[in-house]
Design a binder for this molecule. Structure first.
Ligand code: OGA
Ligand code: NI
Length: 209
């Protein structure tokens, strides 16, 4: 489907009503293949780090809270992923245009949940740094099936909890400030590109008192 203005109006309308929205077949086939190749290359280089909770300077690794490994992307270094950054830019522009926000930046990492890992219920905003506005995840789990686990479980304020299956090339967007969510235990390797649309560049927000 062509992603015209009407498409994005539908997306953000749903996000406004339900706090989250799912877009399947998000990236072009060729691009999602490139992202997977890049993911595997980085895994071979052993650059992933045990994920922490908290923002710069306040990170804590707490295994009872989350067990994923992450690798932060950098637009200026990861030139192979230029088209992926273009896709992030496109989403950011549509949010600004249709939601009257002024998002100025984003931050994304590759995330790997090994078998047995999870991320307990949480919000994506930090108490000392609240510039994450929209959380955005693209799942890379080819052939995901029931029983593989790793569902994203979201807790809308006025509705029952909902499980979102981490299906290949599925994108989920949700509000970072209000929507509590968790990652259920993965029973097989679970991979995603996960990030946040930011209200201000993270570096500025991070050094603010
Ligand atoms: C996170 C998170 C959800 C997911 O990284 O903060 O909640 O489905 N990820 O990977
Ligand atoms: Ni989260």
């Amino acid at each position: 489907m062509e992603r015209n203005e009407l498409f994005w109006v539908g997306v953000f309308d749903q996000m406004a009503q339900e706090d989250y929205v799912v877009i399947d077949n998000f990236l072009k086939e060729e691009l999602v293949t490139k992202v997977m190749d890049y993911f595997h290359q980085q895994e071979e280089k052993d650059v992933f780090q045990k994920a922490a909770i908290g923002s710069a300077g306040n990170e804590l690794v707490i295994n009872e809270v989350r067990g994923d490994y992450t690798f932060w992307l950098d637009q200026h270094r990861d030139l192979e992923l230029a088209e992926l950054f273009a896709a992030f830019d496109e989403v950011k522009s549509w949010i600004n245009r249709l939601c009257f926000l002024s998002l100025s930046d984003y931050e994304f990492h590759l995330a790997h949940y090994p078998k047995g890992s999870f991320y307990k219920r949480h919000l994506d905003q930090f108490s000392e740094r609240n510039n994450r506005m929209i959380s955005m995840i693209i799942y890379l789990n080819k052939g995901w099936k029931n029983g593989d686990g790793g569902e994203l479980r979201i807790y809308p304020e006025n509705a029952e909890a909902i499980n979102v299956e981490p299906l290949f090339n599925r994108c989920v967007l949700f509000r970072s400030d209000t929507l509590e969510h968790e990652v259920l235990t993965a029973h097989t390797d679970r991979r995603s590109v996960t990030g946040w649309m930011l209200y201000q560049p993270s570096i500025i927000a991070a050094i603010r008192p």
